[in-house]
Ligand binder design. Structure first.
Ligand code: ADP
Ligand code: MG
Length: 325
């Protein structure tokens, strides 16, 4: 049953298969069953707003008592992140080098991966504050498959990277202390180094920022240990093969698949053409079944109209087999 979900759920799959619709329908059903839900879109081509017919941005938007949504804006996160980095670097560098700092930061904003790192940063903030903000579920509507697995894998990398920076700082601080410990005559004056010199204050500040990041990514990794993914696909040959590959990639990074939603299934009772299609589709679903053991597979029929708003999503949730509260 798709309502029986842990606090953190990712919806993944190819573009256009119905991830956003399915994630939104599940989020709505959970919220109507009395749980407080945050639905987050990480796909830069957001369409949660379009789906609900409202303008949604990077900040949480309340759709109903128990349902909030937000569309992560990587550009905004990058900007905030760079502003913080600028502040730290300005305080470390003499004023004549501040132009260099600006140049360097402008370059880092356009580095490959900066976008994804910014999405992860914001997502990490939302996920790691879930409990204190009272959300029982965070439902993540992701961009196409590759991106999702990468996103789920990144906390490991970010954690290791932050740890590396911390170690390097510890080394250079030790070195600095040793250097400062001797005056020009080579006489040891370590005992005289005060605990709040500008250099030490700066070092403490940087250490504090790095430690906070380290804690955040550790917490994110902990939350991800209990996360599951729902894979959405259409009943065709390639999507089935890709979904099986996706499941294996997720298994490698330790994220179980809670279920497969096979969307846009042709009706068997609407004429010969569609019935023949349905038969073919059942063949592909049988292939999926053979590769995923007894995992949950839910079929959703092809609907006559585009899914939109509360009414459309309730109807879609019903097609998903989610009972109304
Ligand atoms: N079962 C369905 N029948 C008809 N249209 C559907 C169905 N599922 C989704 N759609 C429509 O298909 C389009 C793409 O769905 P969407 O959820 O945005 O896909 P994704 O997020 O995977 O790109 C939307 O216009 C949606 O309303
Ligand atoms: Mg989408």
């Amino acid at each position: 049953m798709l309502l029986d979900l842990p606090p953190l759920v990712f919806f993944g799959g190819k573009g256009g298969v119905g991830k956003t619709t399915t994630a939104a329908a599940v989020a709505l059903a959970l919220s109507e069953a009395g749980r407080k839900v945050l639905l987050v879109s990480t796909d830069p081509a957001h369409n949660l707003g379009h789906l609900w017919g409202v303008k949604i941005g990077d900040q949480e938007y309340s759709l109903s008592e128990n349902l909030e949504v937000c569309e992560i804006d990587p550009a905004l996160t990058t900007k905030k992140h760079l502003e913080q980095a600028r502040e730290v670097m300005y305080s470390m560098m003499p004023e004549r080098l501040h132009k260099e700092v600006d140049h360097h930061l402008a370059l880092s904003a356009s580095t490959p991966g900066a976008h994804e790192a910014a999405i992860l940063e914001r997502l990490a903030d939302l996920i790691t504050t879930r409990e204190e903000r009272g959300y029982e579920h965070v439902i993540v509507d992701t961009a196409p498959s590759g991106h999702t697995a990468h996103l789920l894998d990144m906390p490991e990398l970010m954690g290791a990277w932050t740890e590396g920076l911390l170690q390097r700082r510890a080394q250079s601080e030790k070195f600095g202390e040793v250097v400062r410990g001797f005056d020009a005559t080579g006489k040891d004056k370590a005992a005289g180094v005060s605990g709040d010199s500008p250099v030490e204050r700066r070092n403490n500040r940087i250490r504090h920022i790095l430690l906070r990041r380290k804690e955040k990514f550790a917490k994110l990794r902990h939350e991800l240990k209990h996360a599951v993914c729902v894979i959405v696909l259409v009943p065709e040959r390639l999507p089935v093969l890709e979904s099986v590959e996706f499941k294996e990639e997720l298994a490698r990074i330790g994220v179980p698949v809670a279920g497969y939603v096979v969307n846009r299934c042709s009706p068997a009772d609407q004429g010969e053409f569609l019935a023949a299609r349905r038969e073919r589709e059942e063949g592909f679903i049988a292939q999926l079944r053979a590769s995923v053991g007894d995992a949950l597979i839910v079929r959703v029929p092809l609907l006559a109209t585009e899914v939109q708003g509360f009414a459309g999503l309730r109807e879609y949730a019903e097609a998903l087999g989610l009972s109304r509260s």
